[in-house]
Design a protein around this ligand. Structure first.
Ligand code: FES
Length: 164
């Protein structure tokens, strides 16, 4: 049941919560009996800032046929990984030694969001149960019989483009 709720609503500290501004840290509320009015709500942050991204995806780039622009090439620092939803497909985009890599976001073990995992070198650990995947080839370091889909990545101008 908890998994179904997470699937439908998302995790409280997940990507959807951050985009929708449900992050508890950004929505202060006064105590129920407070005589003082609640502080004015801060202006919503751009999605890129809320996600910790450094730059917005460029809008003036024509990606190659079959590719989609997903991020600015400098949006991620080395060692960062993030979930990106493109055309209804969730992918995890990582930057390792200046190179971008994209894999399916869904962990084959039990559906964990790999884009929310911890990246160590080229290996991401699933946040649910810790299975490890190499973002460069999709191989699973925990179970050799498992692999996640990889997506071809090209950098065009300032845009990271992923073949969908
Ligand atoms: S869901 Fe990823 S390790 Fe279990």
């Amino acid at each position: 049941m908890s998994f179904l709720k997470t699937l439908l609503v998302g995790r409280p500290d997940g990507l959807r919560a951050k985009i929708l501004g449900r992050d508890k840290a950004t929505t202060p509320s006064p105590p129920p009996s407070s005589p003082r009015p609640a502080p004015a709500a801060a202006a919503p942050e751009p999605a890129e800032k809320a996600l910790g991204l450094r730059k917005e995806a460029p809008k003036d780039v024509n990606p190659p046929d079959g590719y989609e622009v997903v991020l600015h090439k400098d949006a991620l620092a080395d060692g960062q990984i993030i979930e990106v939803i493109i055309g209804g497909t969730a992918i995890a985009v990582a930057r390792v030694n200046g190179q971008h890599h994209a894999i399916a976001n869904t962990c084959p073990h039990a559906g964990g969001p790999l884009g929310d995992g911890k990246l160590d070198g080229s290996v991401v650990s699933c946040p649910y149960h810790g299975w490890k995947y190499d973002v460069t080839d999709g191989s699973c370091k925990t179970n050799a019989a498992v692999k996640v889909r990889t997506f071809d990545v090209k950098v065009v101008g300032n845009a990271v483009c992923v073949q969908m």
